[in-house]
Ligand binder design. Structure first.
Ligand code: PLP
Length: 402
């Protein structure tokens, strides 16, 4: 008797934790040390969670033994609602759903909306969970291009040309993973204008909304479009460096009377998972209410700021490699000039790099980028480690041919 995976999975692709990982695991088991630059997990690189958050969670542990309200505990939902009220948004606790990370909420939000054959506009490159869950829900991920020449801003003309009568929603990832782009206000407004004209729901993945460098300003989609149904996603994994807690939220804003049935569906999905992990919910109020801020890490002289600089500078020093300066988030997405580096299969490139240099990055096509000429690297390692790793990638590339 053979048990085969369901056909529903046949088109689903999620490369960040994809097959190359097994090779990395095998290398480690054989005694090699592998520099894992594939997942944006701050804790792996010596970033500590603010003490206040972990202490609060520990303090609340004796009271976190039971299931909670399936949308999450009131105190945390109130803290989230206040965070968005401070941006001028009309939000109350009933508009907030907590989840086991943004990931779970992305899956619920898409499942509750998408019928077989419905289309969702998703950026290319993307954080590939959006494409994977859309496909799993029976929908079609339609990728709109982001333009490397314009600091990776979404190409609005391309987006407009891909809207059909099956398009249900548009995903905005801002600040962006994997490119590090932070979108100018007119770009966010342009996307919202298309959503308004075509009656689309807006999914705004803003998990990096506080991780900004230089003069970058984050423009919240919900704040710019109070007349549209916008679901904003954010959480504790990145800004508060507690990715392992699995704690995130989604906030619904706009004319909810047009989304009554959708919200009933979302509420049902929330109750089917019973509730999010209770102890981690208690970290939310402490995180959002406290003094702690990631600003000291992202401001000039801060660890993330310096690492972003080193990654960007050193990548651009490699012949045939160019990289747009990331303005936010925890990644860089360099380009391998096809005239210099003839790479036909970027998964093979990533595997060869791993086997030779014991460095694990993720190929650009893993982010639904259409051509095999990019990869993503984290800006999380200490500056010296990043410099050394990028030096090794440069040496590897200088002799690499496919
Ligand atoms: N959205 C984006 C753009 C991400 O980069 C990530 C994680 O890397 C997530 C969502 C998922 O985060 P969480 O840990 O809250 O599930």
């Amino acid at each position: 008797m053979e048990f085969r995976q369901s056909n529903k999975l046949s088109e689903v692709c999620y490369e960040i934790r994809g097959p190359v990982i097994q090779h990395a695991d095998a290398l480690e088991e054989a005694g090699h040390s592998v520099l894992r630059l594939n997942t944006g997990n701050p804790a792996l690189f010596g970033f500590e969670a603010p003490e206040e958050i972990t202490q609060d969670m520990i303090r609340m542990l004796p009271r976190a033994h039971g299931y909670t309200d399936s949308r999450g505990v009131l105190s945390a939902r109130r803290a989230v609602a206040q965070r968005y009220q401070n941006l001028g948004l009309e939000v109350d606790v009933d508009d907030v759903f907590l989840g086991n990370g943004v990931s779970e909420l992305v899956s619920m939000a898409v499942q509750a909306l998408v019928e077989d054959g419905d289309e969702v506009l998703i950026p290319a490159p993307d954080f590939p969970l959006w494409t994977a869950v859309t496909t799993l829900a029976g929908g079609r991920a339609v990728h709109y291009l982001c333009d490397e020449q314009s600091d990776w801003a979404p190409d609005l003309a391309d987006m407009a040309s891909k809207i059909t009568d099956r398009t249900k929603a548009v995903v905005i990832i801002n600040p962006n993973n994997p490119t590090g782009a932070v979108y100018p206000k007119e770009i966010v407004e342009g996307i919202l204008g298309l959503a308004r004209r075509h009656g689309l729901m807006v999914f705004a993945d803003e998990i990096y909304d506080q991780i900004l460098y230089d003069d970058a300003v984050h423009h919240s989609a919900a704040a710019l479009a109070p007349d549209l149904v916008v679901l904003t996603f954010c959480g504790l994994s990145k800004t508060y460096r507690v990715a392992g807690f699995r704690s995130g939220w989604l906030v619904i804003t706009g004319p909810k009377q047009h989304a009554k049935s959708y919200l009933e569906g979302l509420t049902m999905l929330a109750s089917m998972r019973l509730c999010p992990n209770a102890p981690a919910q208690y970290a939310i109020q402490a995180a959002l209410g406290g003094r702690q801020s990631i600003h000291e890490l992202t401001a000039p002289g801060g660890r993330l700021y310096e690492q972003r600089n080193v990654a960007w500078e050193k990548l651009n020093e490699i012949p045939g490699v160019s990289c747009v300066r990331p303005k936010g988030a925890l990644y860089a997405f360099p380009r391998l000039d096809p005239k210099v580096h003839k790479i036909h299969d970027d998964e093979k490139f990533v595997l060869d790099l791993l086997l030779r240099e014991k460095i694990q990055v993720v190929q650009g096509t893993g982010f639904n980028w259409p051509t095999p000429d990019h990869f993503r690297i984290l800006t999380l390692p200490y500056a010296d480690d990043l410099e050394a790793a990028i030096g090794r990638i440069g040496r590897f590339l200088s002799g690499y041919r496919q």
